[in-house]
Write a protein that binds this ligand. Structure first.
Ligand SMILES: Nc1ncnc2c1ncn2[C@@H]1O[C@H](COP(=O)(O)OP(=O)(O)OP(=O)(O)O)[C@@H](O)[C@H]1O
Ligand SMILES: [Mg+2]
Length: 234
Protein backbone atom coordinates (compact mmCIF):
# COMPACT_ATOMS: atom_id res chain seq x y z
CA UNK A 1 0.00 0.00 0.00
CA UNK A 2 2.73 2.44 1.09
CA UNK A 3 4.81 1.43 -1.92
CA UNK A 4 1.83 2.15 -4.18
CA UNK A 5 1.36 5.60 -2.56
CA UNK A 6 5.06 6.40 -3.00
CA UNK A 7 4.95 5.35 -6.64
CA UNK A 8 1.84 7.47 -7.19
CA UNK A 9 3.46 10.50 -5.48
CA UNK A 10 6.54 10.12 -7.67
CA UNK A 11 4.34 9.83 -10.76
CA UNK A 12 2.44 13.02 -9.83
CA UNK A 13 5.75 14.86 -9.30
CA UNK A 14 7.05 13.69 -12.68
CA UNK A 15 3.78 14.81 -14.28
CA UNK A 16 4.26 18.32 -12.83
CA UNK A 17 7.91 18.54 -13.87
CA UNK A 18 8.64 20.54 -16.94
CA UNK A 19 11.88 18.56 -17.24
CA UNK A 20 12.87 15.26 -15.77
CA UNK A 21 16.07 13.29 -16.33
CA UNK A 22 16.15 9.70 -15.13
CA UNK A 23 19.21 7.45 -14.67
CA UNK A 24 21.40 9.61 -16.88
CA UNK A 25 24.89 8.26 -17.62
CA UNK A 26 27.46 10.06 -19.76
CA UNK A 27 30.82 8.72 -20.78
CA UNK A 28 33.07 10.20 -23.44
CA UNK A 29 35.64 7.40 -23.60
CA UNK A 30 33.49 4.38 -22.78
CA UNK A 31 35.36 3.89 -19.47
CA UNK A 32 34.84 6.75 -17.04
CA UNK A 33 31.29 7.96 -16.38
CA UNK A 34 31.37 11.76 -16.10
CA UNK A 35 27.70 11.52 -15.11
CA UNK A 36 26.69 8.37 -13.27
CA UNK A 37 23.00 7.59 -12.81
CA UNK A 38 21.78 11.17 -12.42
CA UNK A 39 18.20 11.83 -11.31
CA UNK A 40 17.03 15.40 -11.79
CA UNK A 41 13.75 17.19 -12.24
CA UNK A 42 12.63 20.79 -12.25
CA UNK A 43 9.20 22.38 -12.22
CA UNK A 44 7.74 25.62 -13.53
CA UNK A 45 8.78 28.50 -11.27
CA UNK A 46 11.56 26.49 -9.68
CA UNK A 47 15.17 27.66 -9.37
CA UNK A 48 17.74 24.85 -9.23
CA UNK A 49 21.31 25.70 -8.40
CA UNK A 50 24.20 23.33 -9.17
CA UNK A 51 27.70 23.48 -7.76
CA UNK A 52 30.70 21.25 -8.19
CA UNK A 53 34.46 21.28 -8.63
CA UNK A 54 36.05 22.13 -11.95
CA UNK A 55 35.83 19.06 -14.18
CA UNK A 56 33.00 17.48 -12.15
CA UNK A 57 30.70 17.45 -15.20
CA UNK A 58 28.52 20.56 -14.69
CA UNK A 59 28.73 21.77 -18.30
CA UNK A 60 28.32 18.19 -19.56
CA UNK A 61 25.14 17.93 -17.49
CA UNK A 62 23.76 21.28 -18.70
CA UNK A 63 24.49 20.33 -22.32
CA UNK A 64 22.32 17.24 -21.88
CA UNK A 65 19.58 19.20 -20.07
CA UNK A 66 19.68 21.78 -22.90
CA UNK A 67 19.43 19.10 -25.63
CA UNK A 68 22.84 19.99 -27.01
CA UNK A 69 24.35 16.59 -26.24
CA UNK A 70 22.98 13.07 -25.89
CA UNK A 71 23.32 10.97 -22.75
CA UNK A 72 25.02 7.57 -23.10
CA UNK A 73 22.11 6.07 -21.14
CA UNK A 74 18.98 7.28 -19.44
CA UNK A 75 15.65 8.93 -20.14
CA UNK A 76 14.75 12.54 -20.82
CA UNK A 77 11.19 13.77 -20.24
CA UNK A 78 9.85 17.15 -21.34
CA UNK A 79 6.33 18.04 -20.13
CA UNK A 80 6.06 14.40 -18.99
CA UNK A 81 6.74 13.02 -22.48
CA UNK A 82 9.84 10.95 -23.18
CA UNK A 83 12.14 12.34 -25.88
CA UNK A 84 14.34 10.09 -27.93
CA UNK A 85 17.64 11.91 -27.31
CA UNK A 86 19.34 9.94 -30.11
CA UNK A 87 17.34 12.18 -32.46
CA UNK A 88 18.88 15.33 -31.00
CA UNK A 89 19.22 16.99 -34.44
CA UNK A 90 15.43 17.08 -34.67
CA UNK A 91 15.05 19.14 -31.50
CA UNK A 92 16.21 22.50 -32.88
CA UNK A 93 12.64 23.83 -32.62
CA UNK A 94 12.40 22.85 -28.92
CA UNK A 95 15.83 24.38 -28.27
CA UNK A 96 15.02 27.67 -29.96
CA UNK A 97 11.49 28.10 -28.61
CA UNK A 98 11.60 26.51 -25.16
CA UNK A 99 15.20 26.82 -23.95
CA UNK A 100 17.32 29.89 -23.22
CA UNK A 101 20.93 28.74 -22.81
CA UNK A 102 23.65 30.94 -21.32
CA UNK A 103 26.97 29.31 -22.15
CA UNK A 104 30.09 29.40 -20.00
CA UNK A 105 31.99 30.63 -23.08
CA UNK A 106 29.15 32.99 -24.19
CA UNK A 107 28.96 31.60 -27.79
CA UNK A 108 28.36 35.03 -29.29
CA UNK A 109 29.15 35.96 -32.88
CA UNK A 110 32.07 38.35 -32.46
CA UNK A 111 31.67 40.08 -35.83
CA UNK A 112 28.02 41.00 -35.18
CA UNK A 113 26.77 43.90 -33.10
CA UNK A 114 25.31 43.57 -29.60
CA UNK A 115 21.84 44.13 -31.04
CA UNK A 116 22.21 41.50 -33.80
CA UNK A 117 23.53 38.94 -31.31
CA UNK A 118 20.59 39.50 -28.97
CA UNK A 119 18.07 39.20 -31.81
CA UNK A 120 19.74 36.07 -33.23
CA UNK A 121 17.29 33.57 -31.67
CA UNK A 122 14.48 35.13 -33.73
CA UNK A 123 16.14 33.83 -36.91
CA UNK A 124 15.21 30.31 -35.78
CA UNK A 125 11.74 31.08 -34.48
CA UNK A 126 8.38 31.77 -36.09
CA UNK A 127 8.05 35.05 -34.17
CA UNK A 128 8.87 38.27 -35.98
CA UNK A 129 11.04 41.04 -34.62
CA UNK A 130 8.37 43.66 -34.00
CA UNK A 131 8.37 46.92 -32.04
CA UNK A 132 7.52 45.06 -28.78
CA UNK A 133 10.66 42.91 -29.11
CA UNK A 134 12.81 45.95 -29.90
CA UNK A 135 11.41 47.83 -26.91
CA UNK A 136 11.99 44.83 -24.66
CA UNK A 137 15.58 44.65 -25.91
CA UNK A 138 16.21 48.34 -25.20
CA UNK A 139 14.78 48.02 -21.67
CA UNK A 140 16.99 45.01 -21.04
CA UNK A 141 20.09 46.75 -22.42
CA UNK A 142 19.32 49.68 -20.12
CA UNK A 143 19.00 47.44 -17.03
CA UNK A 144 22.22 45.63 -18.00
CA UNK A 145 24.18 48.90 -18.49
CA UNK A 146 24.67 48.08 -22.17
CA UNK A 147 22.46 50.58 -23.97
CA UNK A 148 25.41 52.65 -25.25
CA UNK A 149 26.89 49.52 -26.79
CA UNK A 150 23.85 48.41 -28.75
CA UNK A 151 25.50 48.90 -32.16
CA UNK A 152 29.03 47.98 -31.11
CA UNK A 153 30.75 44.89 -32.49
CA UNK A 154 30.84 42.18 -29.83
CA UNK A 155 34.57 41.55 -30.48
CA UNK A 156 35.25 44.97 -28.93
CA UNK A 157 33.49 44.28 -25.61
CA UNK A 158 35.00 43.26 -22.29
CA UNK A 159 34.40 39.76 -20.87
CA UNK A 160 31.72 41.00 -18.47
CA UNK A 161 29.94 42.97 -21.20
CA UNK A 162 29.91 39.89 -23.45
CA UNK A 163 28.51 37.85 -20.59
CA UNK A 164 25.61 40.29 -20.15
CA UNK A 165 24.91 40.22 -23.91
CA UNK A 166 24.77 36.40 -23.73
CA UNK A 167 22.28 36.61 -20.85
CA UNK A 168 20.14 39.15 -22.72
CA UNK A 169 20.09 36.88 -25.80
CA UNK A 170 18.96 33.88 -23.73
CA UNK A 171 16.15 35.64 -21.90
CA UNK A 172 14.71 37.96 -24.54
CA UNK A 173 12.75 35.11 -26.12
CA UNK A 174 9.82 33.57 -24.27
CA UNK A 175 11.64 30.35 -23.34
CA UNK A 176 10.19 28.62 -20.29
CA UNK A 177 13.45 26.83 -19.40
CA UNK A 178 16.53 28.95 -18.67
CA UNK A 179 19.86 27.17 -18.37
CA UNK A 180 22.92 29.14 -17.29
CA UNK A 181 26.52 27.99 -16.98
CA UNK A 182 28.40 30.32 -14.58
CA UNK A 183 26.38 33.33 -15.80
CA UNK A 184 28.13 35.80 -13.53
CA UNK A 185 31.64 34.32 -13.61
CA UNK A 186 33.03 37.47 -15.21
CA UNK A 187 30.89 40.11 -13.52
CA UNK A 188 31.64 42.53 -10.70
CA UNK A 189 29.44 42.66 -7.59
CA UNK A 190 27.11 45.36 -8.94
CA UNK A 191 26.43 43.62 -12.26
CA UNK A 192 26.15 40.21 -10.55
CA UNK A 193 23.38 41.60 -8.36
CA UNK A 194 21.53 42.98 -11.40
CA UNK A 195 21.67 39.56 -13.08
CA UNK A 196 20.56 37.67 -9.96
CA UNK A 197 17.55 40.01 -9.70
CA UNK A 198 16.82 39.24 -13.34
CA UNK A 199 16.85 35.49 -12.59
CA UNK A 200 14.46 36.07 -9.67
CA UNK A 201 12.02 37.73 -12.07
CA UNK A 202 12.29 34.76 -14.46
CA UNK A 203 11.36 32.46 -11.58
CA UNK A 204 8.41 34.70 -10.69
CA UNK A 205 7.32 34.45 -14.33
CA UNK A 206 7.00 30.70 -13.68
CA UNK A 207 10.04 29.70 -15.74
CA UNK A 208 12.25 26.81 -14.72
CA UNK A 209 15.74 28.17 -14.01
CA UNK A 210 18.80 25.92 -13.79
CA UNK A 211 22.05 27.67 -12.89
CA UNK A 212 25.57 26.35 -12.42
CA UNK A 213 27.41 28.76 -10.16
CA UNK A 214 29.59 29.30 -7.13
CA UNK A 215 28.31 32.84 -6.69
CA UNK A 216 26.77 33.22 -3.21
CA UNK A 217 24.29 35.89 -4.43
CA UNK A 218 22.19 33.09 -5.97
CA UNK A 219 21.72 31.17 -2.75
CA UNK A 220 18.97 33.55 -1.61
CA UNK A 221 16.71 32.65 -4.53
CA UNK A 222 17.48 28.96 -5.11
CA UNK A 223 14.71 26.46 -4.31
CA UNK A 224 17.04 23.49 -4.57
CA UNK A 225 20.80 23.25 -4.23
CA UNK A 226 22.65 20.35 -5.83
CA UNK A 227 26.30 19.37 -5.84
CA UNK A 228 27.83 17.34 -8.64
CA UNK A 229 30.58 15.12 -7.29
CA UNK A 230 32.15 11.96 -8.74
CA UNK A 231 29.40 11.75 -11.34
CA UNK A 232 26.60 11.93 -8.77
CA UNK A 233 24.14 14.77 -8.24
CA UNK A 234 23.08 15.13 -4.63
N1 LIG B 1 33.58 16.52 -25.57
C1 LIG B 1 34.33 15.94 -24.62
N2 LIG B 1 35.14 14.91 -24.93
C2 LIG B 1 35.87 14.29 -23.98
N3 LIG B 1 35.86 14.62 -22.67
C3 LIG B 1 35.07 15.65 -22.31
C4 LIG B 1 34.26 16.36 -23.26
N4 LIG B 1 33.58 17.33 -22.59
C5 LIG B 1 33.94 17.23 -21.29
N5 LIG B 1 34.83 16.21 -21.12
C6 LIG B 1 35.42 15.80 -19.85
O1 LIG B 1 34.35 15.61 -18.92
C7 LIG B 1 34.72 16.10 -17.62
C8 LIG B 1 33.70 17.12 -17.17
O2 LIG B 1 33.83 18.28 -17.97
P1 LIG B 1 32.87 19.54 -17.79
O3 LIG B 1 33.27 20.55 -18.80
O4 LIG B 1 31.48 19.06 -17.81
O5 LIG B 1 33.26 20.00 -16.31
P2 LIG B 1 32.77 21.30 -15.49
O6 LIG B 1 32.26 20.80 -14.18
O7 LIG B 1 31.84 22.10 -16.31
O8 LIG B 1 34.13 22.07 -15.25
P3 LIG B 1 34.40 23.68 -15.10
O9 LIG B 1 33.91 24.07 -13.72
O10 LIG B 1 35.89 23.78 -15.22
O11 LIG B 1 33.67 24.38 -16.20
C9 LIG B 1 36.13 16.63 -17.75
O12 LIG B 1 37.03 15.64 -17.29
C10 LIG B 1 36.30 16.87 -19.23
O13 LIG B 1 37.64 16.71 -19.63
MG1 LIG C 1 31.93 24.02 -17.11
Amino acid sequence: MLQKQLTTTKFVQEEKSILSLQHIVKTFDGKRSVLDNIQFSVQHGEFALIEGKSGSGKSTFLNIVGLLDTPTKGDYFLDGKRLNTKRIHSFSRIRSERIGFIFQSYQLIEKLSVKDNILLPYLYMKNNIDSTVLQKMDEMLCRFNLLDMKNKEVALLSGGEKQRVAIARAIIKKADIIIADEPTGNLDAENSKIIVEEFKVLKEQNKAVIVVTHNPYYFTCADRNYTLDKGRLC
